[in-house]
Write a protein that binds this ligand. Structure first.
Ligand code: NAD
Ligand code: LYC
Length: 592
């Protein structure tokens, strides 16, 4: 690593372009790693060995034309975007025997679950808290997604999910062991012991029901009815909780307003809204998986997950192309048949799956089309959540008190600020678990807080840079005051990303963090699944059921792959039951 002074200078000056969260191709960046990421791995899985690898690095490497995707049905599916949602859909389909083409706008896979490197530090772009990464149960969807392409990642168990630092000096550590967490919470609210046990007890009812089921597409009737037949109690439990929210259930058992605010903070992490707006199924899933399978960090960083999935996809004979910016979805007779890139190239397939958000899919990739009723309903119930400001820093290790946890949530003075822009701060220090991510004697601080794009628009370049510096420094100062004395002076590298950064590099409308209910939702009832009103077009990712979160989008990918596989004849299907179920689901959504 360069000397400390040099690194700081680089961090603050030469690399802080308006969109400096991500690398350009001249610096130490994922670009270098991409080519090696496409190198072949030796798999023991027999079926993978039979596939001929076909790595395609960029659109320049191939000449494509209309006939390429169409005649002979070369591609069964095209996936727009390689976020975890898109990659899981693609790899699951490939594992079922489909031929898939993934088109990614950026230079590496992963979207919000990507990474970048600077001066010996390896930063996760977004997600650092990994659910679904254990080796037991049915809900370890990340482990399963990797296994489907013959890959297993080494993980480091996190002894706690998050350390909450809340108003009135309330400090709660969410221990990996459920009993330790519950005892700590009860010790802070002894008068609410019963309420605490009942609320988290309901969460376990949901988790255990989910964990007992085989997870596939809820839009596929043969599977859904089969599950009702095999696991009636579990399905009825889930159906009961499907339209409910965590806040309403918490209020049945708990009266203490401070404890209810704590439950709000628990839910805010999951959904960026309070408990009254958080679907109970999602709360149950997350608040229990962290104790059942635990939170596990992949050795080498989160970016390795997407790289392994992309490698696996290629090893199974499917393709991924980078720097492939899809600008429109091609329709024929109101059926999606292919996509067009910004360079004019066209690709065709039997099905098109969009991992862009529903706002981007219907607002940009299909902008000529009138918005279908279903999407109008979705937009009536859900708005784009604000984006976020992120600060990635390299700091001297001496600034960390002994036994510092990996993940922190900080809300200092008033519960009223929980959902306000810049109100609460998320901090991950992944080097606590995996020191290899930073040069010796250093740690990574990955800080983020909610922020709307409107705060960052209409500024001149200099003003924009100054504002980034000012806002980031305020956040850092708050962390220094609350937890890390001397933080400012321990920084050796700093990169600030704004909502504009996230809009540009993740191609998400307004840089949104994901969908957020407009009012009080009926649980998950209004959340659309993967099919759309356009024949042949499917959506996947966080604007689909069950919403935001890496494990949530992985589930969305599993569901999408199953529905598409049934539609192209790789899984059993029943067109008559399909039509009936899709109508029933549409009607249920209209009740929300
Ligand atoms: N745990 C955390 O700290 C954390 C932080 C940030 C994000 N996340 C999670 O990650 C989830 C997002 O996953 P996702 O799979 O829905 O999507 P994503 O936004 O991660 O990925 C979408 C991908 O599609 C690509 N793309 C979009 N439009 C395109 C186009 N027109 N042409 C080609 N490529 C295009 C983007 O470049 C990106 O790589 C969010 O729900 C969020 O919860 C978690
Ligand atoms: C169909 C009908 C009508 C009915 C029937 C009934 C049934 C059967 C049902 C069923 C259902 C199901 C299966 C469901 C499922 C679900 C699921 C799986 C879910 C999941 C979810 C998940 C989630 C939500 C997740 C999330 C996560 C997140 C968001 C995370 C985040 C994190 C962060 C932000 C980090 C933080 C940081 C710090 C603190 C630093």
């Amino acid at each position: 690593m360069a000397g400390t002074g040099t690194a700081l200078k680089l961090g603050l000056n030469s690399q802080l372009s308006p969109f400096s969260l991500f690398p350009n191709q001249h610096c130490s960046s994922p670009v270098t790693t991409t080519s090696s990421s496409l190198s072949l791995k030796v798999f023991t899985n027999k079926r993978l060995q039979n596939h001929k690898p076909k790595a395609v690095l960029s659109t320049e490497r191939k000449t494509e034309g209309r006939e390429d995707g169409r005649d002979g049905e070369k591609y069964d599916a095209i996936v727009i975007g390689s976020g975890i949602g898109g990659l899981v859909a693609a790899t699951q389909l490939a594992a079922k025997g489909a031929r898939v083409l993934v088109l990614e706008k950026y230079v590496i896979p992963g979207g919000s679950s990507g990474y970048y490197t600077r001066d010996g530090f390896k930063f996760d772009v977004g997600s650092s808290v990994m659910f679904g990464f254990s080796d037991k149960g049915n809900l370890n969807l990340i482990t399963q997604a990797l296994a489907a392409v013959g890959h297993k990642m080494e993980v480091i168990p996190d002894p706690s999910t998050v350390h909450f630092h809340l108003p009135k000096q309330l400090s709660v550590r969410v221990h990996r062991e459920y009993d330790d967490f519950i005892s700590e919470l009860i010790s802070k609210f002894p008068h609410e012991k019963q309420g605490i046990l009942q609320f988290y007890g309901d969460c376990w009812k949901i988790f255990n029901s989910l964990n007992a089921m085989e997870l596939k597409s809820l839009e596929e009737p043969l599977y859904l009815f089969g599950q009702f037949f095999k696991k009636p109690l579990e399905c009825l439990t889930l159906a009961y909780y499907l339209p409910q929210n965590a806040g309403a259930i918490a209020r049945k058992y708990i009266k203490d307003p401070e404890l209810l605010s704590f439950i709000d903070a628990e839910c805010f992490i999951v959904s960026t809204v309070n408990a009254l707006q958080t679907p109970m199924i999602n709360a149950g899933m997350v608040l229990c998986d962290r104790h059942f399978g635990g939170i596990n960090y992949p050795v080498g960083g989160v970016g390795g997950i997407a790289e392994a999935l992309a490698n696996g996809l290629v090893n199974m004979g499917s393709e991924i192309q980078y720097k492939a910016n899809v600008t429109s979805i091609i329709l024929e007779n109101r059926k999606a048949v292919g996509v067009r890139l910004s360079n004019g190239k066209e690709f065709f397939a039997r099905k098109v799956i969009s991992n862009a958000t529903r706002w981007d899919t219907f607002g940009k990739l299909l902008k000529e089309e009138e918005l279908p009723e279903e999407e109008k309903n979705f937009q009536k119930c859900y708005v784009k959540a604000p984006s976020f400001l992120s600060v990635h820093m390299g700091v001297k290790a001496s600034v960390l008190p002994p036994d510092t946890d990996c993940h922190h949530f900080i809300l200092e003075d008033s519960w009223d600020n929980l959902e306000n822009p810049y109100g609460s701060i998320f901090l991950s220090i992944p080097t606590v678990l995996d020191p290899s991510l930073a040069p010796e004697g250093h740690h990574i601080f990955h800080i983020f807080t909610t922020s709307g794009i409107e705060d960052w628009e209409g500024l001149g370049r200099k003003e924009y840079e100054q504002k980034k510096e000012t806002v980031a420094n305020e956040i850092i100062q708050r962390l220094e005051n609350k937890l890390f004395p001397g933080l400012q002076s321990s920084i050796v590298l700093k990169e600030v990303g704004t909502p504009k950064t996230h809009r540009r590099f993740l191609a998400r409308d307004n840089g949104t963090y994901g969908p957020m209910p407009r009012g009080t939702p009926k649980g998950l009832l209004a959340m659309p699944f993967n099919t759309t009103a356009i024949d042949g077009l499917y959506c996947v990712g966080d604007s689909c059921f069950p919403g935001q979160g890496v494990i949530a989008v992985a589930f969305s990918g599993v569901m999408c792959a199953h529905r598409v596989a049934a539609d192209i004849g790789l899984e059993k299907n029943s067109p008559v039951l399909d039509a009936a179920l899709l109508r029933l689901l549409g009607w249920l959504r209209s009740l929300a």
